[in-house]
Design a protein around this ligand. Structure first.
Ligand SMILES: Nc1ncnc2c1ncn2[C@@H]1O[C@H](COP(=O)(O)OP(=O)(O)OP(=O)(O)O)[C@@H](O)[C@H]1O
Ligand SMILES: [Mg+2]
Length: 251
């Protein structure tokens, strides 16, 4: 069961959109998927149509040791979700002095066995929550927007991943680069895409996620792209990425 952290400390690059739609897409391909919202903004939770006031328990309670992951599960669109809430925003401070604070999530994931994929949606920072994702994951997907400054901050991210691998989680490996919000008509986007390929080679998925308004609209309806606009380019791209992920793993 691969646990995959979807990460980039840069905000708004398509991490959450990718977790929602890879999760929902793989579920449509009969895979059992768990998605975990590790962001105090709770965008993954809202994107799947779950309202904070419906929730008794969230990832915050799990990290505090007050609940198991299973107790927080919400089922949506063929997926299991571990929701987040604003409570999590104090977590960095709250756990800052706690021994083993990097391993709060790993412990709770250890008992989870029945999934084909677990995706961890990271917040836009490299603080304790992202670190918990990196110590819990087997693999990392980096989401990169093929835009100006996309590669800025990348060396710090790679360094954090490498240090985590050496010190806390030897099996951790970057296995995928997702190029998001791509506009092939823009020369700049093409140039950035080439730079990303130069840097990461084979790790870059050959499916690029194009800029698509339906992908931006779907979260406000609490739906994945496959429910909201199954005929859209966004649905096409994410389904193609799901198939590519499965093909790579079969190879
Ligand atoms: N391919 C796309 N085409 C158009 N809009 C997109 C696309 N991917 C994401 N968006 C929109 O861009 C915004 C940022 O995307 P998203 O929330 O997935 O990024 P993020 O990396 O999770 O952000 P954060 O760092 O704040 O968690 C959202 O409004 C989303 O709907
Ligand atoms: Mg997000």
């Amino acid at each position: 069961m691969p646990v995959i952290a979807v990460i980039n400390q840069k905000g708004g690059v398509g991490k959450t959109t990718s977790v929602v739609n890879l999760g929902a897409g793989l579920a449509r391909l009969d895979k059992r998927v768990l998605v975990v919202d590790l962001d105090p903004q709770a965008h993954l939770t809202y994107s799947l149509g779950v309202q904070a006031h419906e929730l008794d328990l969230t990832i915050y309670n799990v990290l505090k040791g007050e609940a198991s992951l299973e107790e927080t599960f919400v089922e949506r669109d063929g997926l299991h979700l571990v929701p987040s809430s604003l409570d999590l925003s104090g977590a960095e401070m709250e756990f800052a002095m706690e021994a083993g604070r990097e391993f709060l999530l790993r412990e709770s994931l250890a008992g989870i066995k029945e999934y084909d994929f677990v995706f961890l949606d990271c917040p836009p920072s490299l603080g304790l929550l992202s670190l918990n994702a990196l110590t819990s994951a087997h693999e990392v997907y980096i989401a990169l927007q093929s835009e100006f400054l996309a590669l800025q901050g990348l060396s710090r991210l790679l360094e954090t991943i490498e240090k985590t691998r050496q010190r806390l989680n030897h099996q951790l490996e970057i296995t995928g680069i997702i190029a998001t919000r791509h506009d092939g008509r823009k020369v700049l986007n093409q140039e950035v895409a080439e730079k990303i390929r130069e840097h990461f080679g084979e790790k870059v998925f050959s499916t690029f996620i194009r800029d698509n308004i339906s992908l931006a609209e779907a979260p406000s309806f609490g739906r994945s792209i496959f429910e909201y606009r199954p005929g859209s380019r966004g649905a096409e791209d994410y389904m193609s990425l799901c198939r590519e992920i499965l093909q790579r793993r079969a190879a």
